[in-house]
Design a protein around this ligand. Sequence first.
Ligand code: P6P
Length: 323
Amino acid sequence: HAADAHRTDLMTITRHVLNEQTKHAESRGDFSILLNHIVLGCKFVCSAVNKGEEQKKLDVLSNEVFVKALISSGRTCILVSEEDVEATFVDPALRGKYCVVFDPLDGSSNIDCGVSIGTIFGIYMVKDANEVTINNVLQPGKNMLAAGYCMYGSSCTLVLSTGNGVNGFTLDPSLGEFILTHPNIKIPKKGKIYSANEGNAKNWDGPTAKFIEKCKFPKDGSSPKSLRYIGSMVADVHRTLLYGGIFLYPADKKSPNGKLRVLYEVFPMSFLMEQAGGQAFTGKQRALDLVPTKIHQRSPIFLGSYDDVEEIKALYAAEESHA
Ligand code: P6P
């Protein structure tokens, strides 16, 4: 009755995080409490998206739900949201030791046509609990304790890493629980898909243009890669994580730092990719080594299968050596 045992041995995200936590003897459960509040926010957004709320309201609604859930957890001290120009400094009475950076509804311009969208988040330990300033969140992505996203599509899927690999959970609406459905996700070492907005091709720099050319007209006789671009980062990254390949939002002449935001788009997705055996590169350095100076700053990003990112790194290195 192995199948039955599996069916009745419900590995919920809460149980999974508690198991993870036992690996950190010093932890007092704060992280599990924090994560449960993030999960609550995701459940709310999932139901609001499925109710077909219109985009404008959903953007604001999702942000309010996450900000309130995170503050009420009593475990956060600073919040950075894509929706808020300034960071939120939690009232001392409710202050905890974690800083959370998040995009409550990334890709929301796709809501009205039913394309999958998502919440992206990253969690840092505050550097100095007494000095509660913005410096506490301007940390390189490699300092993140955890990162994840929740994709609102045909099903609601939450992909999470707490630093020991990547696991995927699917919301069972009848239970209202996220159940482990994708244990220990590993991205294929090399992929057959590239994912970029070809509409920006006119403005790409040399190495990016050369890389995309190689994807379409390989010189080594291999077959061309397929182009898959949804235009919603969570959906494009989720496909890349499961099927392999490379997702890229490069710099271009108009936007030298690309479009995607470092703290709550580039870092969490780069963290997940490395934890799944892939890698993430900015065109200049390992994405997680970047030290942000502004909470909404952007960076070019190339992330996905290890070997595919190696190729783009070699092209930038070659340009560097000729410079
Ligand atoms: P473009 C959505 O607006 C978003 O922030 C990401 O979710 C997505 O990857 C990117 O922008 C799409 O940008 O310029 O290709 O439409």
